[in-house]
Design a protein around this ligand. Structure first.
Ligand code: SF4
Length: 70
């Protein structure tokens, strides 16, 4: 099962941590809000690190209905 990843735009403060930990998977849009770009760009561990490292816990990661992060 693939990871399901979402960014809560209301919680994102545009710190850029996620695109640092998982470059290519996340990027900031023109509004300075993170978006999921390509989850295959990095290993899953990096996605989880990015979600865990988000200062506002804006990134939710689930697999098969089970929450993995934050
Ligand atoms: S780490 Fe969190 S707050 Fe920072 S840009 Fe990514 S989603 Fe937004």
């Amino acid at each position: 099962m693939a990871l399901e990843v979402s960014v809560d735009a209301d919680k994102c403060m545009g710190s850029g941590n996620c695109s640092f930990w998982a470059p290519g998977a996340f990027d900031l849009n023109d509004d300075g809000v993170a978006e999921v770009v390509d989850l295959d760009a990095v290993p899953e561990e990096k996605i989880l690190l990015a979600a865990q490292g988000c200062p506002t816990q804006a990134i939710t990661v689930t697999r098969d209905g089970q929450r993995l992060a934050p």
